[in-house]
Design a protein. Structure first.
Length: 391
């Protein structure tokens, strides 16, 4: 395939700049502000991962704040619950996804409806009828609105003892229900057709994507948000899609829509980019500083982050304290086009301050030492503290 095509050589520094530009981390206000900026950021990135840990602000808010300096939590609520420009579904993890992309997730919903879901095999037809009857009769609800369950044993560590919660989750994965609102980690479920106005004819439901359209979506999403892609980066935690994605890449290489890239010091690992992306590599790196979430798209694919930045992030929340190197919830610090530190932080909401648990320098010391770099990071930490404590 691409082995016979001309391979475009690329240095690691050039690759980082391409990725940072695609992630919109090389400019200060890439999406503007307000709920429209939130919707635009989710649309561009393709997904924003949700996580429960709140030792600092939860990852979905943190990821958006990193790209929207004036971001407010209420902006995401409006995008989800009022504008309905984003919705929640599973990508490689539970995530916010653009509502305009819903059709690409419908094949998975249909599959779960037809074959069930491996996590919720214990849900009985009676459990499902119960929760759907309540939602249809009483409107959107949370698990707290259901208080008559007979509790059962947990099936795994993160499972619920409430049969109704498992039924709500299964109905979510089948696309019968959607999460219409989120307060912290408390989810409000509503009928998807009612939430999006399909039931009263005010909107028409989208047509489910074909398998070929779904593969093109995955590739195009990665090209937009990553700039420079590999099979692993396109199909993160989705190995079954790799064969179809490779065939699609081969076809685009033949038509000149994609160019094979030879990234320095990566051996036989293949990468591709659009020709216009390679024409806009640029020479200057941004001087911005970003305190990143460990679930940020720039960090979540650990092997890719290490390949591009020479930095292997360690997520140590579940590592015994005596074995931690960076700390319980270390946050990578991006300065320009280098990851220069990993800082373990904790928000003391009662005392209203951001606590510095541990500061780890990573990588080589910059020319002129770290004094100026530390000052710039501390300025960004002050802004980060303000965001953490904002109502």
């Amino acid at each position: 395939m691409s082995r016979t095509a001309n391979i475009h050589p690329l240095t690691k520094a050039e690759a980082r700049r391409i990725w940072l530009r695609a992630q919109r981390l090389d400019s200060s206000v890439p999406f503007g502000e307000g709920p429209q900026a939130t919707a635009a950021a989710v649309e561009h990135l393709g997904y924003v991962q949700i996580d429960t840990i709140n030792v600092i602000e939860r990852s979905h808010h943190h990821i958006l704040w990193s790209r929207i300096p004036a971001y407010r939590r209420a902006d995401l609520r409006q995008a989800q619950s009022i504008d309905k420009s984003v919705f929640e579904y599973w990508t490689h993890a539970l995530s916010y996804v653009p509502s305009k992309d819903l059709r690409f997730f419908m094949p998975a919903m249909k599959l779960h409806k037809r074959e069930g879901h491996r996590w919720f095999g214990s849900v009985t037809p009676a459990d499902m009828r119960k929760v759907l009857r309540l939602v249809r009769r009483d409107g959107a609800l949370t698990i707290r609105d259901i208080d008559d369950d007979v509790l059962t044993e947990k099936e795994h560590l993160w499972a619920s003892r409430k049969p109704s919660k498992r039924a709500l989750q299964l109905a979510f994965y089948t696309g019968v229900l959607t999460i219409s609102e989120r307060t912290g980690m408390l989810k409000t479920y509503d009928l998807m057709a009612r939430h999006f106005g399909w039931d009263d004819g005010s909107n028409l439901p989208p047509k489910s994507a074909s398998p070929r359209e779904a593969m093109a979506y995955l590739l195009d999403r990665a090209l937009r948000a990553q700039g420079l892609v590999s099979l692993d980066s396109i199909c993160h935690l989705d190995a079954p899609s790799k064969a179809a994605i490779r065939r699609l890449i081969e076809a685009r290489v033949r038509t000149g829509e994609l160019v094979p890239v030879g990234l320095e010091d990566t051996g036989k690992q293949e990468h591709w980019a659009r020709p216009e992306t390679l024409e806009r590599v640029g020479a200057a790196a941004s001087d911005l500083v970003h305190i990143l979430s460990p679930f940020d798209p720039l960090v979540i694919q650990r092997k890719r982050t290490e390949l591009f930045f020479g930095y292997g992030h360690r997520f140590e929340a579940y590592v015994p304290k005596e074995k931690r190197l960076f700390g319980y919830f270390a946050l990578p610090v991006l300065a320009g086009d280098d990851i220069v530190a990993a800082i373990d932080l904790k928000t003391d909401r009662k005392a209203r301050k951001l606590l510095m648990q541990k500061w780890n320098w990573v990588g080589a010391s910059p020319k002129g030492g770290r004094k100026d770099l530390k000052r710039r990071i501390e300025e960004e930490l002050h802004r980060f503290e303000q965001f953490q404590l904002a109502d």
